[in-house]
Design a binder for this molecule. Structure first.
Ligand code: MSP
Length: 646
C-alpha cells in the first residue's frame, strides 16, 4: 500500500452560507486525515471553494461589486468555520487563484490539441430567467421545471468534450475496481445508468455573451469554461502549487474524494472521463454520503431551516465543537441520509458523552485521587484474574475493530465500538469494586493493578477518539497524566508512567437541560454530572444512572393501524413533542387501533430502532404483562407529548 493518503472534500460554492452539509463532509474528511496521520501516512487533505459561474456573477451584480471582490468578501466565512471546527486541512484552494486557472487552461488546450474537444451547435430548451438549458426529458408543456416560465427553443454554439467515447472503459473500470464508487448502492446506481443509457458528450464552454465569470478557453476568447470542468480540476491543480514538489507524483491518484450523493455523477462520470482523456489515473475511491434533513424536513433557505454550524457550536459553548463532530459521525451510517435536530443532539450529549465517556473518565480520576494520592498506580506482577484477562482481550479486539471501521468509513460503527469499550471498563470497575479493595490495606497491589488497567484501556482509546473529537481526547489525556503532545496535527502520548500525577479538571461534557428553550444557555452547570463511583452491591439492582440511560417519555398517538398479516402488531405514529416517531407495538390482541388514537402512552424513546415484520419501530410502548400484554400504560390526564417520565 502506498504510504500517502490524499483526501478531498468538494469545493463549496463561495456564494453559499456554510451549513451542516458542508460541515459534514469536511469533518468526515478531517477524521480520515487525522486518523491516517496517526497511522504514519503522508497525508494531504484538501478543501476549498468553487468561485466561478452564473450564481456568483449574478450575486455580485446584485451587490453592485466586481465578482472577484464578492468572492474575496465571502471566502473567509468558510475558512473561519473550518478553523473553528478544528479542521486540519493541509491546503485551501480557491478556483479564482491564477495558478489554478493556468492549470485548467493547460488541460483544456491539451484536450483540444488531442481533438478530444470539438465545436458544435446545440439546440435545446432555454430559460431566459434561470439562464440555463433544460433537456427534453426535464420539460413538460414547454415550461421551465424550476421557475415554471415558458421556455424558448434556442441554438447555441459550444465546445464539447468527447465524453461518450469513454463509456465502455468507465463501465469496465467500475466493474473491476470494487472500491471505486462507494457505498455499493451508489456504485450500482452509476453502473445501472451507464449500462442502460448512451453517454453523450459534455458541453464544456459557455459563450461570454451569456456568462463571463469563468476561465477563458485558451483557444477561443469568446468563451469561458463550464464551471464543473474548472471545479473538478482543482483536485489536481492544487497538487501543482499547494504542496512541495513533486506532488502530483507523490499524491495522485487521490485516495478518497468525499462527495454528497447529489454530485456523484459529476465526479464518477465527468471527472473520471476527463482523467482518462488526460491520461491520468482515476482516484481510488469516490465515496458519496447521504443528506441531512432538519427536524424531518428538507433543509432549504426558503424554509428558513438551514443549520448554521456556528450557531450550534455557540449554543453548546466550549464543548460544542466536539459534541457537533461526535453527533454528525455517530448519528447515521456514513452513506445514508440522516436527520438533525437539537433534541437528538442533546440526547447524545447527555447519554453518550456526559453519562458514558465523561462519567467513566471522571470516576476513574476520582478513584485515583482518593485511593492512590492522585498518582497513576503501578501495574501488578500478580497473575491476572479472568476479569482482567477479559478486559485486556476485549480492549485489543475492540480497538482493532475501531480501526477497521474508520478505514472503511463506518464512522458510526467505530464510535459504537469505542462506546462498547467504555461500557466494559465501567463493568470491570463495578465488578472489581476498587472502593472495597481500598478499605483493605492488604489489597493495595490489587487496587493499583485494577486502576492501572482502566487507565491503560483509556490510553488505547484516546488516539482513536482523537480523529473524531480532538479536543476531548487531548483533555482526557492531560487529565489522566498521559502528557499529550501535538506534533504537526498529530497527537502523541507520552504514555502511562506509574507515579505520574493526574490532573483532574472539569468534566469532559456537562449534562444539558432539554427543557430550556433555544437561545438560553443549555449547559445545566459546569460542575460534574452525577458521578457514579460505586454501583450497588446486588447484581440485580441497577444504579440511578443506569436507569437514567433509559429515556422514558410521554407520547401522543396520532394514528394507528394493524401491521398486515400480524394479529399482534400495531403500527403507531406518535408525537414525541416536536418529533414524530413510528413505533410498532405487540398489543394487537388486547387493543384495537382505534382505541389507541389520541391517547398518551409512555415510550422508551432511546431504544435502538428495530424492524418488526419488516416495519421499522423507533421506540417501545410500555405495557404491563409478560408474554401476553395485559394493559398498556395510558396516562389518565393529558400531559404535553415528550414529557420525561421518571
Ligand atoms: N461546487 C460544487 C462542488 C464541486 S466539487 C469539484 C457543489 N458545491 S455545494 O456547495 O453546493 O455543495 C457541496 C456539498 O454539500 C455537496 O457534497 C452536497 O452534497 C453537500 N450538501 C448540501 N446540502 C446537504 C445536506 N443537506 N446534507 C448533506 N450534505 C449536503 O456542489
Amino acid at each position: 500500500m502506498s504510504n500517502t493518503f490524499y483526501i478531498t472534500t468538494p469545493i463549496y460554492y463561495v456564494n453559499d452560507v456554510p451549513h451542516i452539509g458542508h460541515a459534514y463532509t469536511t469533518i468526515a474528511a478531517d477524521v480520515l486525515a487525522r486518523y491516517w496521520r496517526l497511522r504514519g501516512r503522508d497525508v494531504f487533505f484538501l478543501t476549498g471553494l468553487d468561485e466561478h459561474g452564473q450564481k456568483v456573477q449574478q450575486a455580485a451584480a446584485k451587490a453592485g461589486i466586481d465578482p472577484q471582490a464578492h468572492c474575496d468578501r465571502l471566502a473567509p466565512q468558510f475558512e473561519q468555520l473550518w478553523n473553528r471546527l478544528n479542521i486540519s486541512n493541509d491546503a485551501f484552494i480557491r478556483t479564482t487563484e491564477p495558478r489554478h486557472k493556468g492549470v485548467v487552461q493547460r488541460y483544456l488546450q491539451e484536450l483540444f490539441n488531442k481533438q478530444l474537444i470539438y465545436k458544435d451547435t446545440y439546440t435545446g430548451w432555454y430559460c431566459t430567467f434561470d439562464e440555463r438549458f433544460w433537456t427534453e426529458k426535464d420539460v413538460t408543456d414547454g415550461l421551465c421545471p424550476d421557475c415554471k416560465r415558458p421556455l424558448e427553443r434556442l441554438s447555441e454554439s459550444n465546445y464539447f468534450f468527447k465524453m461518450g467515447q469513454y463509456q465502455e472503459r468507465l463501465i469496465e473500470h467500475i466493474k473491476t475496481h470494487k472500491n471505486f464508487i462507494r457505498p455499493p448502492s451508489r456504485r450500482n446506481e452509476v453502473l445501472g445508468f451507464l449500462q442502460t443509457q448512451k453517454l453523450g458528450d459534455l458541453s464544456i464552454s459557455r459563450p461570454k455573451s451569456r456568462l463571463s465569470w469563468g476561465i477563458e478557453l485558451p483557444f477561443d476568447k469568446d468563451y469561458v469554461t463550464y464551471v464543473w470542468f474548472d471545479a473538478l480540476v482543482n483536485y489536481v491543480s492544487a497538487l501543482e502549487y499547494k504542496t512541495p514538489q513533486p506532488s502530483l507524483d507523490r499524491y495522485w491518484p487521490a485516495s478518497v474524494h468525499l462527495v454528497g450523493k447529489d454530485i456523484l455523477t459529476t465526479h464518477a462520470v465527468y471527472w473520471s472521463t476527463i482523467l482518462m482523456a488526460l491520461n491520468l489515473p482515476l482516484p481510488e475511491t469516490i465515496f458519496a454520503h447521504g443528506w441531512w434533513t432538519v427536524n424531518g424536513e428538507k433543509m432549504s433557505k426558503s424554509r428558513g431551516n438551514v443549520v448554521d454550524p456556528n450557531a450550534v457550536v455557540d449554543e453548546f459553548g466550549e464543548f460544542g465543537v466536539d459534541a457537533f463532530r461526535y453527533f454528525l459521525m455517530r448519528e447515521v451510517p456514513f452513506g445514508q441520509d440522516g436527520d438533525f435536530s437539537r433534541e437528538a443532539l442533546i440526547g447524545r450529549v447527555n447519554s453518550d458523552l456526559a453519562d458514558g465517556l465523561g462519567n467513566l473518565v471522571s470516576r476513574t480520576l476520582t478513584m485515583i485521587e482518593r485511593f492512590t494520592q492522585g498518582r497513576i498506580p503501578p501495574p501488578s506482577d500478580a497473575a491476572e484474574s479472568d476479569l482482567d484477562a477479559q478486559l485486556t482481550q476485549s480492549t485489543g479486539e475492540l480497538m482493532a475493530f475501531v480501526m477497521d471501521h474508520i478505514e472503511q468509513l463506518r464512522f458510526n460503527r467505530a464510535l459504537e465500538t469505542m462506546w462498547e469499550l467504555i461500557q466494559r471498563c465501567d463493568q470491570y470497575i463495578d465488578k472489581t469494586a476498587p472502593w472495597t479493595l481500598a478499605k483493605k490495606s492488604e489489597d493495595n497491589a490489587r487496587l493499583h493493578a485494577v486502576l492501572h488497567r482502566v487507565v491503560k484501556a483509556l490510553e488505547l482509546l484516546i488516539p482513536l477518539l482523537y480523529p473524531i473529537m480532538p479536543q476531548t481526547a487531548e483533555s482526557m489525556a492531560s487529565q489522566l497524566g498521559l502528557s499529550p503532545q501535538i506534533y504537526g496535527r498529530r497527537m502523541v502520548l507520552q504514555g502511562l508512567v506509574p507515579g505520574r500525577e493526574i490532573a483532574k479538571g472539569k468534566p469532559l461534557f456537562p449534562r444539558i437541560d432539554h427543557r430550556k428553550t433555544q437561545g438560553d444557555s443549555h449547559v445545566t452547570d459546569s460542575s460534574s454530572p452525577t458521578e457514579t463511583l460505586q454501583p450497588s452491591s446486588a447484581t440485580t439492582q441497577i444504579t440511578l444512572e443506569e436507569f437514567q440511560k433509559v429515556h422514558l417519555k410521554t407520547a401522543k398517538v396520532l394514528s394507528a393501524e394493524r401491521v398486515p398479516r400480524s394479529e399482534k402488531l400495531i403500527k403507531l405514529q406518535v408525537d414525541l413533542g416536536g418529533e414524530q416517531r413510528q413505533v410498532v407495538a405487540g398489543i394487537g390482541k388486547k387493543y384495537t387501533p382505534e382505541e389507541l388514537i389520541g391517547r398518551t402512552v409512555v415510550l422508551v424513546a432511546n431504544l435502538k430502532p428495530a424492524k418488526l415484520m419488516g416495519v421499522e419501530s423507533q421506540g417501545m410502548v410500555l405495557a404491563a404483562g409478560d408474554a401476553d400484554v395485559l394493559e398498556v400504560l395510558i396516562l389518565q390526564r393529558d400531559v404535553p407529548p415528550g414529557t420525561k417520565v421518571k
